[in-house]
Ligand binder design. Sequence first.
Ligand SMILES: Nc1ncnc2c1ncn2[C@@H]1O[C@H](COP(=O)(O)OP(=O)(O)OP(=O)(O)O)[C@@H](O)[C@H]1O
Ligand SMILES: [Mg+2]
Length: 268
Amino acid sequence: MTEAPGLEILGVSKRFHVAGGAVQALSDINLTARRGEFLALVGASGCGKSTLLRLILGLDTDYDGRILVDGQPVLRPGLDRGMVFQEHRLLPWLTVTGNVAAALRQSRLGQAEKRDLVAQHLDLVGLTRFATAYPSQLSGGMAQRVAIARALVNRPPFLLLDEPLGALDALTRLRLQDELKRIVSDGGITAVLVTHDVDEAVYLANRIAVMHPNPGRIAAILPVTDSVERDRSEPEFIRLRDTVLGLLGVREGTGRRAAADVDRRVAA
Ligand SMILES: Nc1ncnc2c1ncn2[C@@H]1O[C@H](COP(=O)(O)OP(=O)(O)OP(=O)(O)O)[C@@H](O)[C@H]1O
Ligand SMILES: [Mg+2]
């Protein structure tokens, strides 16, 4: 049986031309996600994470290399790819319901089905009581939850998430991590999650790509094997988290040790 290709990022480089020169936002990125795989991207601010998601979504096609979704080159955004942007991007003139329903505008479902789906997804993110509120009446975390409902309501096979839980309080964040994990796994969704929270990456992902800046590049790709108990207090979980933190240079002096650790894993 041949495996569905899912998402393929092949030799992608992206340069921005800015006043006074050019910024190499991405340099030779090679990354794939099998159908149903959950990939996390972590890296310092400015290393090109949002840029990469925008390219996968098809918002920008001016780059070198190739991006394929289910074997097809990405030319523009499509219903097959849902995205939660780093900033929520809700339409201020629509209610919470209206914002989520807007994502179903091109869907062929009937009105009643669409209404049910919207209600179901508002319930999922705990915002049923705010269905008729406008974005200006929501907190940052609530607005972000609306954006998550909007991205999920189409049940897209590919989900691109740019710091979707960053603005949430710790308890909501933990709850939505579990929901996200369940939705992605039940729906066989291929997910790419950008997060600054290394715990979140280890908790949710099948693989973690660590990026370095200037130019934005992949420094390491770490598998989170099934043997890693998804329990934040388990030694294997903590070890993997420390390895990622080391690769991010969060702890002085641990970066090299972490890299050696990765080499050992890859060799094994
Ligand atoms: N539209 C643009 N025009 C010019 N430069 C840009 C543009 N968008 C991004 N960049 C540059 O590309 C680099 C990567 O930016 P990007 O937003 O992808 O980083 P990021 O990893 O998402 O950072 P953060 O964690 O802060 O969100 C940065 O140097 C940024 O200044
Ligand atoms: Mg970003």
